[in-house]
Each structure stands twice: as C-alpha cells, then as structure tokens.
Design a protein around this ligand. Structure first.
Ligand code: 13P
Length: 247
C-alpha cells in the first residue's frame, strides 16, 4: 500500500479559507480512487471541516490532544471531544516535542488515551540533524518507537500509523532522499516485526513527512516501505496537495 496521504495544515487557515479549500479539494479529488486522503486541521476547524467533508471519502484528523478524559485543564482538548468530529489524531509531532516539551512518556499516555476512544493515531517520530550527524538516527527512532508504543497490544497497534518525519527535513526544503527515507522505514518495519509479528509489520502503514512537494512525491512514494506521505506546507494549497495525491 502506498496511498495514504495526510495534509497537515499546522496553525493555518480561518474558517472561510478552510471552506473554500475544501470545496476545491472535493472537486479535484472526485476521480481519485484507492487513496486515503486525510486532512489534519486546527481544533477550531474540526467541526466546520468535518461538516463540509460529510459524504466525501476524505477524513478529518486533529493535530494533538491531551491524555486526560476531562477536568480542570484549561486550554486542553480531550480524546472524546476530538472523537465528535475526527477519526484520526496526530500524536508526537516534532513541533510538539520541541515547543511544548512533549516527551516519549507523555506521547505514550496520549496514544493510550486516543486508543480508548477508538481514534486512529498518526504517531510521528524522527531524528534531529545532530542525531543524524552523530550516527544516532536508528537509536533515536528505536527509543521513540519503544517508549511511544509501550504497553500497546497486537490489537492496539493496528490503529497506529507511523509517520517518519526527520526533524531536519521539516519546513526546510531539505527533503530526505528516497534512499535515506526508505532505510529508516525499513528499520521501523523491522522493529515492529520484532515487537509484534511479521503480519502486523507488513500491514503497518508508514508514511514519510518533511518537505514533501509535487516534485519529489513520486520518487518518495515509489519506495518499497513508504506507504504514503504527510506534507505540511505543500498541503496548504489545494492544487499542490492534489498534485501530491495524484502521485
Ligand atoms: P513540511 O511539509 O512543511 O516540511 O512539514 C512536514 C510536517 O511537519 C508534516 O507533519
């Protein structure tokens, strides 16, 4: 499978911009088959985007959530609140790790909480440039995976999609080469094989994110262990997002 495409809008778009985008996307994506399209939108847009995507095959995704069910956590959003509008949630994005100090332990709590509410999880992992230069890519990925997935059983893991997003490739225009990405994806699949089993590993969806655009998507998506991609900047414009989907 190499057709799982998630657009991550990050902190962009107000309601009007979002609705116009969705109208264009629905029009462009009419003849797209056999591709799962998911849009990760800000919390403020979950309701309006899910309404305007109603009846389409495009799914909505939240970009984060808190792990508690409810209570005195000013400014936070619970899994049950997300579940009202979205099927998916991104957990562990490097921007959350960097700006909001999310650790593997916090990310693991979030993943477990999302599973309790039957959300599908897009679990992001990836090394920084220093870690890559110090030959720590695989050990970083392994720690993020083991700690992030701690306590998940064979059924749980089927609701997890892994997104490999090298931090140095995000928003920089420096995409990983298809060979670099494939090498890490293969390593991730092998780890899942070791932690779970061969069937789970071969069915696992592993997508790549980090400066994906219409010009490099084809090459990245042609790799054996890359099952889709997660564009950020290039998903903000419906025509470039559609070009990526068509790859
Ligand atoms: P860019 O495509 O803008 O590099 O962002 C990737 C990303 O972080 C998606 O989650």
């Amino acid at each position: 499978m190499n057709n799982f495409i998630v657009g991550n809008w990050k902190m962009n778009k107000n309601r009007e911009e979002a609705i116009n985008y969705i109208e264009d996307l629905k029009l462009f994506s009419k003849d797209i088959k056999d591709t799962k399209i998911v849009l990760a939108v800000p919390f403020t847009l979950l309701e309006s985007v899910s309404k305007s995507l109603n009846g389409s095959k495009i799914d909505v995704c939240a970009q984060n959530m808190f792990y508690e069910e409810k209570g005195a956590y000013t400014g936070e959003i619970s899994p049950a609140m997300i579940k009202d509008f979205a099927k998916y949630v991104i957990i562990g994005h490097s921007e959350r790790r960097k700006y909001f100090n999310e650790t593997n332990e916090i990310i693991n709590k979030k993943i477990r909480a999302a599973l309790k509410h039957d959300l599908k999880i897009i679990f992001c992992i990836g090394e920084t440039l220093d870690q890559r230069n110090n030959n720590e890519t695989k050990s970083t990925i392994e720690t993020q995976l083991r700690e992030g997935l701690n306590g998940l059983n064979h059924e749980n893991i089927k609701n997890v999609i892994i997104a490999y997003e090298p931090v140095w490739a995000i928003g920089t225009g420096n995409t990983a080469t298809s060979k670099q990405a494939q090498e890490v994806h293969e390593f991730i699949r092998q780890l899942i094989n070791d932690l779970y089993n061969a069937e789970i590993a071969s069915n696992l969806i592993i997508i790549y994110g980090g400066s994906v655009n219409p010009n490099n998507a084809n090459e990245i998506l042609s790799m054996k262990d890359i099952n889709g991609c997660l564009p950020g900047g290039a998903s903000l414009d419906p025509s470039s997002f559609i070009k990526i989907i068509k790859c």
